[in-house]
Ligand binder design. Structure first.
Ligand code: C2E
Ligand code: CA
Ligand code: CA
Ligand code: CA
Length: 272
């Protein structure tokens, strides 16, 4: 691998044998990490237009015994090459179930959003596993939001809609993540049983000055409103960006209000 400017090692710098070996090594280490519970759940709060906390997104972190904390950009795509991603996403759902059980026992009705890769979403076991995991943790599935991306829709839409409808009946909600960055077709949107659109940070970071960013966010917001979907903006870092979202009644997720942090630390901060 090559050192990039920041001094960190970039995984995708060359396409040589060394690169393949590194990927293989990483895949092997990650397999062990998932088994050994080195995958931790970080939480980042979501806030409504009045600045009230309404929920959180669960974000995976790999706590490597010698390399320290590894962010998902470095390992999710490797996990997605095989069923390893199913094991990883399943671990995150288990963390989420026990977290929601804790909130619900305190009568807090915050939602918890979990990222689900296409491979796990499509699998036949997902519904039964959700029910089993939440029953075991004594958690209500009504607090759960599953975040899926447009990558799902390159396959058979019919199966995707069927799976979503079946799982929705458990009380689980669906969010369409990174909306507008992938394969976007407005035609499918009206057919999907989803509850939320998430605006990617590539759109929100130009707010409020960049006219193209404003146009994109306004367009996505208009679509979501027409379809009566909740709207969450990612990557809100400044007071001006937060104000823009508050004025538009867009739910805010970003460093401005809350940075992702380990769940115990997050709970201490937000559940007084
Ligand atoms: P995502 O689902 O789009 O998650 C939002 C990303 O934006 C997170 O990056 C979050 O830390 C980051 N973020 C939040 N607020 C701000 C901000 O104000 N400024 C900036 N610059 N960034 C902000 P993170 O945690 O590195 O996760 C990257 C991606 O990895 C996620 O993007 C998601 O696609 C994937 N991912 C994370 N956890 C899981 C998981 O458990 N399962 C799966 N399948 N994918 C995951
Ligand atoms: Ca997400
Ligand atoms: Ca994403
Ligand atoms: Ca995103």
């Amino acid at each position: 691998a090559k050192e990039n400017g920041g001094g960190s090692v970039s995984l995708y710098s060359d396409g040589d044998i060394e690169h393949a070996e590194e990927l293989f090594g990483l895949e092997r280490d990650l397999t062990a990490a998932v088994k050994n519970d080195e995958i931790e759940m970080y939480l980042q709060g979501q806030f409504n237009g009045r600045g009230d906390l309404i929920g959180a997104e669960a974000l995976a972190r790999w706590l490597h015994p010698s390399d320290g904390m590894i962010p998902p950009d470095k390992f999710v795509s490797i996990a997605e090459r095989s069923d390893l991603i199913i094991q990883l996403d399943r671990k995150m759902l288990q963390h989420a179930a026990s977290c929601l059980a804790n909130w619900q026992a305190k009568d807090l009705n915050y939602t918890l959003s979990v990222n689900i890769s296409p491979r796990y979403f499509r699998s036949k076991q997902l519904k039964a596993e959700l029910e089993a995991m939440f029953a075991a943790a004594n958690a209500n599935l009504r607090g759960l939001v599953l975040e899926v991306t447009e990558r799902l829709f390159i396959d058979d839409m019919h199966d995707v809609i069927k799976q979503m409808s079946t799982i929705s009946k458990l009380g689980v909600q669906f969010a369409l993540d990174d909306f507008g960055t992938g394969y976007s077709s407005l035609a499918y949107l009206q057919r999907l049983p989803i509850h939320e659109l998430k605006i990617d940070k590539s759109f929100t970071q130009g707010l409020p000055k960049n006219q193209r960013a404003v146009s994109m966010v306004n367009m996505i917001t208009a679509i979501a409103r027409n379809l009566e979907l909740r709207i969450v903006a990612e990557g809100i870092e400044t007071s001006a960006q937060a104000e823009y979202c508050e004025d538009q009644h867009i739910i805010i997720q970003g460093y401005y209000f809350d940075r992702p942090q380990p769940q115990d630390k997050w709970n201490r901060k937000w559940l007084k």
